[in-house]
Design a protein around this ligand. Sequence first.
Ligand code: AR6
Length: 197
Amino acid sequence: MPSTLQEIPTLFAKYKVAKNILDRISIWNGDITRLQIDAIVNAANSRLAGGGGVDAAIHRAAGKTELQRECRQYDGCAVGEAVITSACKIEHVKNIIHTVGPQVYSSLKSSDREKLVNCYRNSLELAKENGLKSLAFCCISTGVYGYPNDDAAESVGDFLTKYLAENENIERIVLVTFLFIDYELYHEYFANFAENF
Ligand code: AR6
């Protein structure tokens, strides 16, 4: 239905809010260690001991020995929490934020969703405390930890769009996908967001 002239200022204000959010989010398919950005967010394990997947790629790029030494300053990291280290040998990144996502064994529980969102929230809060303005997130928990890709894209999208609307300190978030399914899911989410905002 066409809008009336009286509705235009309201629609324009809404459009500006949506544009401000979408201008600060991008989706990129590739290796997270290749990005030039303030911080990359690692999907770690609670011992911060290094592992497979993106954790292995980040440890390899940063230098295993150096990054392990930095991780040992912490007594591990609980699920949903986040800790920060330098980026060691990755020169185009200032810091690595390590967060631990929930492991989903059979059916997804609402507490898993809460923990996943906490990974993003606590990483962003840590970025704020450290004056970091741009962050790249891998698709936390959706690999070995078995979190369903579609629910992750929706929950993360819902959280980040709200967070960016309320936090101007973050200038850029890159959602790094590695599998095409995650790229498609995010793409669908943000296309919907733009259409229905
Ligand atoms: N760049 C970006 N994303 C990547 C890369 C990369 N180089 N490599 C893999 N991914 P996962 P989780 C994607 O399994 O599910 C580790 O052993 C991958 O395709 O790395 O949180 C830790 O030590 C997927 O989309 O993390 C933990 O024990 C996403 O990264 C456990 O795995 C996350 O997959 C954590 O499991």
